[in-house]
Each structure stands twice: as C-alpha cells, then as structure tokens.
Ligand binder design. Structure first.
Ligand SMILES: NC(=O)c1ccc[n+]([C@@H]2O[C@H](COP(=O)([O-])OP(=O)(O)OC[C@H]3O[C@@H](n4cnc5c(N)ncnc54)[C@H](OP(=O)(O)O)[C@@H]3O)[C@@H](O)[C@H]2O)c1
Length: 278
C-alpha cells in the first residue's frame, strides 16, 4: 500500500474502501470482511450510514491488529454542537469496537459545526482521534473554519471524480496542507462513466479497466480514493492499481473531462438541508 502523510505526520493509506449505501448490517459485515481479505485497511464510514457496527464487527473478527487499520467516521448534522458531537464520537467508537479513531470528519457544513469542530479538537488533544478534518467544505466554509480554530483540518473529503475534479478547491488545500480525499471517485456510475469513450480508450491502452484508470488518475495526484463496491471481484480490481502509471498526456486527456460542477447536490441549494434532515 502507498501512503500520504497528513500535516500532523499521520500516515494515511492512499486507497481505502467506502461503505455508503450498504445499509443491511449483515451485508455490510460480509462486504467489509471480503475487503479486508482483499487487502483494504482504510474503511470510510459515517454516523449517517448506520453501519458502523457492521464495520466494527468485520474488523474485530478479522483478528488483524487494530493498528493495521485506518478507520474513518463522520459526525452527522443531528449531532452537531460541542457536547453532542463529542458524545456521538464516543458512541461511534463503541459501535466500531475501538478505543481510538484514525480520522473523524464533520460530514456537512450545517448546524453548529463550529461546536462540532471544537469537540474534534478536544478528542484529538486527548489522543482519542489521530486526525480530524471536514467533508464537503468548499473554500468559503473551509477558510472560515480555519480562521477561527487552533487546528487546521488534516483532510477534506470532497465529491471528486473525472467530471468534477475540484480545481478551484485545490489551491486552498495546498496552501493549508490539507489532504484531498475523493468521495464518489466513480461518480456512483453517473454520466455512464464506465462507458466513457475516452476512459475506455485509455483503459485499453494500459490493459486496465475504466475503474482502474480513474483510481490511478487520482492516485497520481496524491488524492486519497475510497471506492465502494459490494462485489469481491471489483474489490480486487479496484485494489490492483499500483502496477502502472498514466502518461502526462493521458492525465491531461482525463483532465479535459472536468465539467467543474457536482453531479449530486449543491450546498447553495436551500432545500438541501431539508433533504438532509428528513
Ligand atoms: N463525505 C460525503 O459526503 C460522501 C458522499 C458520498 C460518498 N462518500 C464516501 O465515498 C465512498 C465512495 O463513493 P460512493 O460509494 O458514493 O460511489 P463510488 O465509489 O463512486 O461508486 C460506487 C458505484 O460504482 C460501482 N463500482 C465499484 N467498483 C466498480 C468497478 N470496478 N466496475 C464497475 N462498477 C464499479 C458500485 O457498484 P457495486 O457496489 O454494485 O459493485 C457502485 O454502484 C462512499 O462509499 C463513502 O464512504 C462520502
């Protein structure tokens, strides 16, 4: 596995496994157990996914030492605020069967996320969490948060796929040494991504799949990727991305697919919060 170093020195695997939308707990435990067997050690869950127990069970039952894993969870809006967020992270730890977490993120910039961040700073200073960060924080919210807190977030997990490459955000991540982590590297299959002609052509050239080319495209840029799949064959395929690299020309070609806007939702849409809360 390759790693990136967060600005506090913590090593984070460059490739992990996401468990969003694997709601059935038995299914989730089975999927995570398979992913562990394939070799994944970074697991990305969230309070909102309602599957932290399943991730914890699979990790615990694997018998592999806890310190070999990198476990991320995220604090949801309903737990925002200093006290609530603090307690909610301790609950997440219980569900994940661990006495520390590798990374805790604020899931969305809504509610009392200032209070939430103070709770994360406290958990970090107490040694209960090895790294803290945010998710879905565009430059305006990111700079605001940084300006009024002691600890600069170590990670920002953002919608990032070939159709939305986050070029406007990147200079801010660089300035503050914040690690870019991609969510939805395959855009959850939107825009017929696996059938994209350019990506198919490049995949053929390297004798790799479209999925592997996409993951490689982000790994080349030191962006952490956490693809999700429930299929073991695809877990293996998505893991097998460290034996090739893309030429400068192919990197530029894939960059041309950027449409510079998200495919899922806009944080500027006032109805979004309603959707999140209900
Ligand atoms: N912070 C946030 O707000 C946020 C939001 C969304 C996601 N995330 C995180 O990011 C992770 C990844 O994003 P995501 O789950 O939304 O979507 P994704 O990883 O972009 O795409 C998952 C989809 O791609 C399919 N797939 C996976 N590997 C494939 C392959 N090799 N060939 C063909 N199809 C393949 C999966 O199908 P099968 O499962 O049927 O194989 C699934 O339909 C999540 O699981 C979650 O941990 C975070």
């Amino acid at each position: 596995m390759e790693y990136v170093n967060l600005h506090n020195g913590v090593a984070m695997p460059k490739l992990g496994f996401g468990v969003y939308q694997i709601k059935d707990l038995q299914e989730c435990e089975r999927v995570v157990s398979s992913a562990i067997q394939v070799g994944y050690r970074l697991f990305d869950t969230a309070q909102r996914y309602h599957n932290e127990e399943a991730v914890g069970n699979a990790i615990f039952k694997s018998g592999i030492p806890r310190e070999e894993f990198f476990i991320t969870t995220k604090v949801w809006i309903d737990a925002s605020g200093e006290d609530k967020a603090y307690t909610s992270v301790l609950e997440s730890m219980k569900k994940l069967k661990t006495d520390y977490l590798d990374l805790v993120l604020i899931h969305q910039p809504f509610g009392d996320y200032y209070g939430t961040y103070r709770a994360l700073e406290k958990l970090y200073e107490e040694g209960k969490v090895r790294a803290i960060g945010v998710s879905n924080f565009y430059p305006d919210r990111l700079v605001d948060l940084i300006s009024f807190h002691k600890i600069v977030p170590m990670v920002n997990q953002m919608e990032t796929h070939p159709f939305f490459q986050q070029e406007e955000l990147k200079p801010y991540l660089k300035k503050y040494q914040i690690q870019h982590e991609s969510w939805g590297p395959f855009a959850e299959g939107k825009n017929n991504i696996f059938e994209n002609e350019l990506l198919k052509k490049i995949a053929l050239k390297y004798q790799k799949s479209v999925a592997q080319v996409i993951l490689r495209f982000f790994l080349e840029q030191n962006i952490v990727v956490i693809p999700k799949t429930i299929h073991t064959e695809r877990m293996k395929e998505n893991f097998d991305v460290f034996d090739f690299s893309l030429s400068k020309e192919d990197m530029l070609n894939i960059k041309s697919l950027d449409e510079k806007k998200g495919l899922f939702y806009s944080l500027q849409d006032p109805s979004l919060l309603d959707r999140f809360l209900n």
